[in-house]
Write a protein that binds this ligand. Structure first.
Ligand code: SF4
Length: 229
């Protein structure tokens, strides 16, 4: 694939998951195969980049001392929609960056093509009671089987998230590797979306998950508190 549609390239601190607060360069790919009710991404935005253009754009991102971050996060939308492009891009970046892939975990076959070039996967389990989408349990399970380690799983919790969905996610993690960290991320209010969960409910989910897996954390999106991208 010669070009990919990129929504933005920017430096910021990681706002989600187990490496929260780390300074990183983000490449946000345009487009997604899902339509989660809490989504805060504009999927139409973006312009097409060749591999050379995107590499140059990424390498321009230095801090005030002129140093480059060595952490690069591919986010979206869903970056794996552009897996053919990534197959060519990532070998060129591997020497300079540690690469994290943020994915909705629904396209395991596409991930296989690039898995050797990815250092960490931030895999979003899509709980149907949270997203108001169909379920993707089989796809999530296949994805976890391909990655196994160098991964954490995250699930967005809304006011309507069902305990049965959390149990199902925990059962999948337990089966593959009970040491995989599982992040419960309370949904943030965004535009018309206001269905944020009560903390008591999230704590109950954490207790339930800890019965089977060892590392379950409640972590909100901090970039929204800090008013960062
Ligand atoms: S998977 Fe992520 S980017 Fe895609 S619709 Fe859901 S929240 Fe938005």
């Amino acid at each position: 694939m010669e070009k990919a549609k990129i929504s933005e390239v920017f430096s910021s601190v990681q706002g989600e998951g187990i490496y929260i607060g780390r300074k990183e360069i983000f490449v946000r790919f345009s487009g997604c195969n899902l339509n989660c009710v809490f989504c805060d991404t504009n999927h139409k935005r973006g312009k097409f980049y060749t591999i050379k253009e995107l590499t140059q754009k990424i390498n321009c991102h230095t801090d005030i001392s002129g140093a480059k971050s060595k952490w690069l996060t591919l986010t979206g939308g869903e970056p794996l929609l552009w897996s053919d492009f990534l197959e060519e891009l990532l070998p060129l970046l591997k020497k300079e960056y540690k690469v994290t892939l943020e994915t909705n975990g629904t396209l395991p076959a596409k991930f296989k093509k690039i898995k050797n070039w990815v250092d960490l996967v931030a895999l979003d389990f899509k709980l149907p009671s949270s997203t108001k989408e169909k379920s993707f349990w089989k796809e999530h399970q296949k994805f976890l089987k391909v990655v196994k380690n160098k991964i954490f799983v995250k699930a967005v919790i809304t006011g309507r998230t069902d305990l049965q969905d959390v149990k199902k996610a925990v059962a999948i993690i337990f089966k593959i590797n009970p040491k995989i960290p599982f992040i419960l991320q309370p949904a943030s209010a965004y535009k018309k979306f206001r269905d944020v969960p009560r903390i008591e409910k999230v704590l109950q989910f954490q207790e339930e998950a800890l019965k089977s897996i060892s590392d379950v954390r409640i972590i909100p999106q901090i970039h929204k508190f800090l008013r960062l991208k």
